[in-house]
Design a protein around this ligand. Structure first.
Ligand SMILES: C[S@@+](CC[C@H](N)C(=O)[O-])C[C@H]1O[C@@H](n2cnc3c(N)ncnc32)[C@H](O)[C@@H]1O
Length: 439
């Protein structure tokens, strides 16, 4: 029986699928390994219908507080207005998770912006059938099932009809399978997953595809000495698919990421690959196989280069802490502070709002907006003063972040990060002037 890198036997359908794949091909690219252990039989997404939130392995912004959905809604509203408020405006969300983002954006639009809401057609492109079920239930509980449609398909080849509107990819691109590469004495080397002495291991070899060399040629950069870099070739496929469907409007990418120069800088032997398991972070993808999520930073430089080739204007990335400030999150916090709700409820809401902009956590996520056909448009700004009349509050039953007293003695997430990768979590090159002018 095949064993993971720590010697744990891999049983069940995933163990069998891995063994068969390794017997057939001898070695797997890391991207093929990721595809199998995340989405294959017995894989992480196939067996863990709840991946986000307190019972899952990681928490995302939409899970944390409904004000996040309002912020994305304010950005969508600004795009709709820049298009001249057309009668129909499509929102296409790629990788909908629990459905929280769709629910919170639509609940806000229904109450605060009824004309905008009337124009909206919301579609979720989701490949996990279990998550589609969860999304349906979450939207039905808010009376929104009729407003939303689903494409149960991969975001990479959903083949949507032409639309005017906004495509949203929130923590999708960092979840797409990627290759691992390092510089070698005679050029680029790729790292493959192999079975060595009965255990999974990484082994260098020649690149599996010329697309890897082409990736670095387009950047005019190569991984520095002592660096292991992640290369996601699927981002190009996703963007081409979005671009071919988007007539006018924008694509909003919200993700952990950085500029290529930073990602490829010398002396980064672990790159940015990280695994999430029950709210802890580690850099051992060949352990807890099928039990943990695997991600890496998005290369924002490549995204902008690809966007330019497709005739899209790029704005950003700008750090989430800054974007949410511009979209008026502070007003939401003061409205929560004034709301006639019990003290504990107010504290829970304020803690969640604070976490959305935490510079050591979700606040460093980058927002990148790729636009087409918008005549006069200012990104990351609400059109007019943001209106937060109805204070979005945590839903009954929604996770509450524990108070500081409950966290005492528990491992600190940022501390784990520092131990693994040194220094602070990577920041996006956010806050720079790039956010204010398209490239
Ligand atoms: C990290 S989760 C993020 C979920 C949600 N956007 C959030 O932030 O809470 C990634 C999501 O993308 C979906 N996903 C992953 N690969 C996909 C693909 N190729 N096509 C469509 N959905 C995909 C997963 O099933 C999941 O819903």
């Amino acid at each position: 029986m095949i064993r993971d890198a720590a010697g744990v036997p891999l049983a069940g359908p995933l163990g069998q699928a891995l063994r068969e794949a390794l017997e057939r091909r001898r070695r797997l690219t890391f991207a093929a390994f990721m595809e199998l252990v995340l989405h294959g039989p017995g894989g992480y997404y196939a067996t863990h219908p709840v991946v986000t939130g307190p019972e899952g392995d990681f928490i995302t912004s939409p899970e944390l507080h409904p004000a996040f959905g309002v912020c994305v809604g304010l950005q969508a509203l600004a795009v709709w207005q820049a298009l001249g408020e057309p009668e129909r405006f499509d929102l296409v969300e790629y990788g909908g998770g629990s459905g929280a983002l769709a629910r919170d954006l639509l609940v806000w639009a229904r109450e605060a912006e009824p004309r905008f809401f009337a124009a909206l057609r919301y579609r979720i492109v989701e490949r996990s059938p279990a998550l589609v079920q969860q999304q349906r239930a979450v939207l039905a509980s808010a009376g929104l099932e009729a407003t939303v449609g689903w494409a149960e398909a991969s975001a990479l080849d959903a083949a949507l009809p032409l639309f005017d509107g906004l495509a949203i990819a929130h923590e999708l691109l960092d979840a797409l399978p990627f290759h691992l590469v390092t510089p070698g004495p005679e050029g680029l080397r790729e790292l493959y997953v192999v079975e060595r002495e009965g255990r999974l291991a990484l082994e260098p070899g020649p690149p599996s595809t010329p697309a890897l060399e082409a990736y670095f040629a387009r950047l005019g950069l190569a991984p520095g000495e002592g660096t292991r870099a992640e290369v996601c070739l699927l981002v190009e496929r996703w963007l081409a698919q979005v671009s071919s469907a988007l007539r006018r409007g924008a694509a909003l990418v919200i993700d952990y990421g950085a500029e290529a120069e930073r990602l490829l800088a010398p002396g980064r032997p672990r790159g940015t690959l990280r695994c999430y398991y029950r709210h802890t972070v580690n850099d051992e993808p060949l352990t807890r196989v099928g039990q943990q999520d695997i991600t890496a930073d998005v290369d924002f430089t490549t995204l902008r280069l690809l966007a330019a080739r497709l005739g899209l204007d790029a704005w950003g990335p700008l750090a989430q802490s800054e974007v949410l400030a511009r979209l008026g999150l502070a007003q939401a916090a003061s409205a929560v502070g004034r709301a006639a709700i019990p003290w504990a409820e107010r504290e829970a809401n304020l803690r969640a709002l604070q976490a959305l902009v935490d510079p050591d956590g979700l606040g460093r996520i980058g927002w990148l907006l790729l636009t087409r056909g918008l005549a006069s448009f200012t990104p990351f700004q609400p059109a007019g003063a943001p209106r937060w009349e109805r204070v979005p509050l945590l839903w009954p039953g929604q996770a509450r972040l524990p108070g500081p007293e409950a966290l005492e003695g528990l491992p600190d997430f940022a501390e784990q990060w520092r131990e693994l990768w040194g220094g602070e979590p990577d920041e996006t090159e956010a806050g720079s002037s790039r956010a204010d002018s398209p490239e």
